[in-house]
Ligand binder design. Sequence first.
Ligand code: SAM
Length: 208
Amino acid sequence: MLAKTKKLWAEQDRHPGDRQRLFTAVVDATAAESALYPGSFVDIAASFVLPEVVYVDTDKRAAAFFADEDGVRELIAEHGDVPDASFSFLHADYTAALKLPKKTTFDLLISLYAGFVSEHCTDRLKIGGTLLVHPSHGDVAMSSLDERYVLAGVVTARNGEYRVERTNLDGYLWPRKPVEITVDSLHELGRGIGYTKSPFAYLFERIK
Ligand SMILES: C[S@@+](CC[C@H](N)C(=O)[O-])C[C@H]1O[C@@H](n2cnc3c(N)ncnc32)[C@H](O)[C@@H]1O
């Protein structure tokens, strides 16, 4: 493994195992086997629990990291629970058409701190599949406006442990302040909406 691969992973995993615990909770709750991860940077923890992941990022350091395929494979084997996990990396802008076969769709779409992933990549999520989305960049609010999605769960975090809650979801997504939420206003705002309840992340199911 190249030294820079090791270093970048150590920086990414600075709260050791944190992402692995998050993805484990989500995969246990959804039974997802494949994921598309736009704006992944080098967050290969998804491959520790999922048999198939496609990572997408424009960042050159991410491209160099994934180019060290043997090194990444070594990290996945060292930390992961999935024998022969398959992964690939697209050095690409997720807002443009992704170079994947037309019919390729995924069980899970991951949107963590990387902008409006749901807006551009939902066509790659299977109907019945799950969007995992963190609220910080406004993508939760964007997904809540999107008729292709219904709220299907929330991910709560406590003492570094993650849990998926699937009941009493009516109490979520209520803005703290009265505010008109539209696609345009979210683009303009470029960040999340303050809600009365603030779980770590949300799960939306694609229904159409
Ligand atoms: C703050 S980092 C988050 C990385 C990772 N999701 C995580 O949670 O650790 C945001 C990443 O999204 C990538 N990104 C933002 N917009 C993008 C786009 N339109 N296409 C591809 N990558 C993008 C950036 O290059 C960066 O690596």
